[in-house]
Design a protein around this ligand. Structure first.
Ligand code: 13P
Ligand code: SF4
Length: 320
């Protein structure tokens, strides 16, 4: 880059990147980012992945500070696994509609009202530490079938909070479950008609969808999987054209790691992917600010954290 006199000038974005990298070293921090983060955050992160990969990385890191670029429950999971480390996040208000659909007091009341059922509670990781503390085991989209299949046979299963993910697990295993009626506001926006019209325009294309989509959309998909598995699926797919039905941030990693594939644009000027407003609250500026001030930090009452940790650890052990 240069000005009109040919003198080199650094761009502000470049300065910010350099400042973030400097602070990262100074703090002995690791930057973890979810696949739905904006491109510039993914590019500066030490690890980018799905909820399961991020949980493993959070468990294994020897950094003093974890800067978690995702949504709040993901940073909270890192803190559950690392009570002595400082866990910071760019925007503490980056929530999740699934987390909001199942407040811990509502789950607690439900379990008390149905105490005679003696439910084995499996919670999708998209929930608060309070809900994790009330659960027997956690799962992610990457290991949900495997975790459900390891549940004790002699107890009924309550699956919270994503009814679509739970229904997909039941379609792919012989276990029956009672489902909490939560959903992801991004993935339920995809409709059968909108995906079918993209398919009609690209009859050769394969469709890969996230299990948080409705069953009507999942039925149109050639593969239903977690965001991490989408990378492998797209790389190995025997076709060039792929319709990717999930949050838009996914395209950044796919374009980088699977550059020879054509990610299909939909009937509007955008593709089949939509934005999660919570994931998109994080910016490079906010990442810089939280590394500088070590604020906001995730804090969890120790009693809740310990109970939540047991169910997260059970998941990590059951999915190795
Ligand atoms: P993954 O674990 O598949 O990345 O999904 C997380 C999520 O929030 C999907 O909306
Ligand atoms: Fe939550 Fe949906 Fe956003 Fe994922 S995409 S973080 S499930 S609201």
């Amino acid at each position: 880059m240069g000005d009109s006199l040919g003198v080199a000038t650094a761009s502000p974005a470049l300065d910010l990147r350099e400042e973030i990298l400097r602070l990262k070293t100074e703090r002995n921090a690791v930057i973890l980012a979810h696949n739905y983060q904006i491109g510039v955050i993914q590019d500066i992160a030490d690890f980018v992945g799905d909820s399961l990969g991020l949980a493993y990385h959070a468990q294994e890191t020897d950094a003093d500070v974890i800067a978690f670029c995702g949504v709040h429950f993901m940073a909270e999971t890192a803190k559950i696994l690392n009570p002595t480390k400082t866990v910071i996040l760019p925007d503490k208000d980056a929530g999740c509609s699934l987390e909001q659909s199942c407040p811990a007091p509502a789950l607690q009341s439900f379990l008390e009202e149905h105490a005679e059922r003696n439910y084995y509670v499996i919670a999708y990781i998209n929930c608060s530490a309070g809900v994790k503390a009330l659960s027997d085991v956690i799962c992610t989209s990457g290991n949900a079938i495997r975790i459900v299949e390891q549940a004790p046979e002699d107890r009924p299963i309550l699956f919270v909070p994503d009814a679509n993910l739970g229904a997909w697990v039941m379609d792919n295993s012989d276990r029956k479950m009672d489902l909490w009626k939560g959903s992801c506001y991004v993935h339920v926006e995809f409709t059968r008609n909108s995906i079918q019209s993209i398919k009609d325009e690209h009859p050769e294309a394969l469709v890969v969808a996230h299990p948080e989509c409705t069953s009507a959309v999942r039925m149109l998909a050639d593969e239903v999987c977690s965001t991490e598995k989408m990378i492998t699926y797209c790389r190995e797919a025997p076709v060039k054209d792929l319709i990717v039905v999930t949050e838009g941030g996914m395209l950044h990693r796919l374009r980088k790691e699977v550059p020879d594939k054509n990610l299909i644009a939909g009937p509007t000027e955008n593709c089949a992917c939509a934005d999660c407003r919570y994931m998109k609250m994080n910016t490079l500026e906010k990442l810089h600010a939280c590394l500088e001030s070590l604020d906001p930090q995730v804090e969890i009452p120790e009693e809740t954290r310990k109970l939540a940790e047991a169910s997260v650890i059970r998941m990590l052990e059951q999915s190795r």
